[in-house]
Design a protein around this ligand. Sequence first.
Ligand code: SAH
Length: 391
Amino acid sequence: MLWPMLPTAPVLHQATPATPLSLDSWHPDDLLEQLVLVGCRTQQARQALLQLAKGTWQTATPWPVLLATLGKTARKSVELLVIAPVELQVTDDRGSADATRKLLLRTHDGHLIETVVIPSTTGTRTTVCLSSQVGCGRRCTFCETGRSGLIRNLTAGEIVAQLRQAQRSWQRHSPELAPIRNVVFMGMGEPLDNLAEVATAVAVLTHDRGAGLSWRHVTVSTVGVAHKISAFFEQVQAHLAVSLHAPDDARRSEWMPINARCDLATLKSALLQHLPPGREVLVEYILFADRNSALADAELLCGWLAGLPVRVNLIPANPGPDPQLGAPPAEQVWQFQKYLLDRGIRAMVRHPHGRDIGGACGQLAGAHRREAVNRQGPDGVDEDAGANAPL
Ligand code: SAH
């Protein structure tokens, strides 16, 4: 017997939601397909989504007003599937001496996450550092976020909402500096432990029916979850950065628990196997005084880097939970960099931004810090002192 041809179901990047999702929790391509399935014509749906993107990203039109500008069919379809973009409540928004801003944002269920806006020293490029989780389950010994453990994943809508809030704050406080056009996933959390939501968020950030940023301006930083690297490149169009931090397995395992299950050789072969042709990986290497910053360590690092298309960011350690892990003197940082440069490896030193407001790499610990502040009582509390105080 011949079976009638059935229309094939669209392949979705995420499961169809039983209840509507916030605008930024939808992969833009999925949303288009779903709008068509519930009765919109493709062109109508595409137009409606462009209107929603423009209204939410460029003109900041309130959601109900924006819905009212859509045609009747499009509006009905959108209302079936989509609710307003997530709003995160700003509980703190402070600037540092170097114009970096740190936002402390509260989710609908009361968790605190941190988002940092970092202008380049020339003021011509501005980067936002987004969080992908509340807390982090990876527990690197030098990182403040890891101390709280993982509390929960953020949704794509909550990840994207950080950029919306950051843009508002940036326009209000630093309109003379370049607008935010670069995104790094280097805030709280391990992005590859929340890959589906991070993938959707990156799609929203880089889609013309979303925030419209260039994917080349988006970098996702991972602790090095080797078995998820192929999925990352399949699902996410963005640069990958890998936190290496140690030139051998003994030291990496001491500082980064992931290394016990996924050692340096495994990480390198995953990168060699899955890095798309023509792309390079950004390798992050924190320099700790007397621990990993000797020239012999630079030599070991060069050995690991050999054969990989890389750029290297050297990060003088910021104060974190372990007082033993401090930054080396500047002279040693330059010597380490020079060693790499002399061997043809592009290595930059990442200067700390926003250290005075606890906004530098490894200092983010919003929920954790707030608990400490609450325990100490609301009066006269210096939050920055709270950030690094032993809890
Ligand atoms: N989980 C991801 C992204 C979050 S951390 C990752 O591990 O890559 C972003 C970057 O800040 C990482 O390279 C991380 O190792 C680094 N970092 C953490 N603690 C730091 C510290 N005390 N000083 C300098 N950099 C730190």
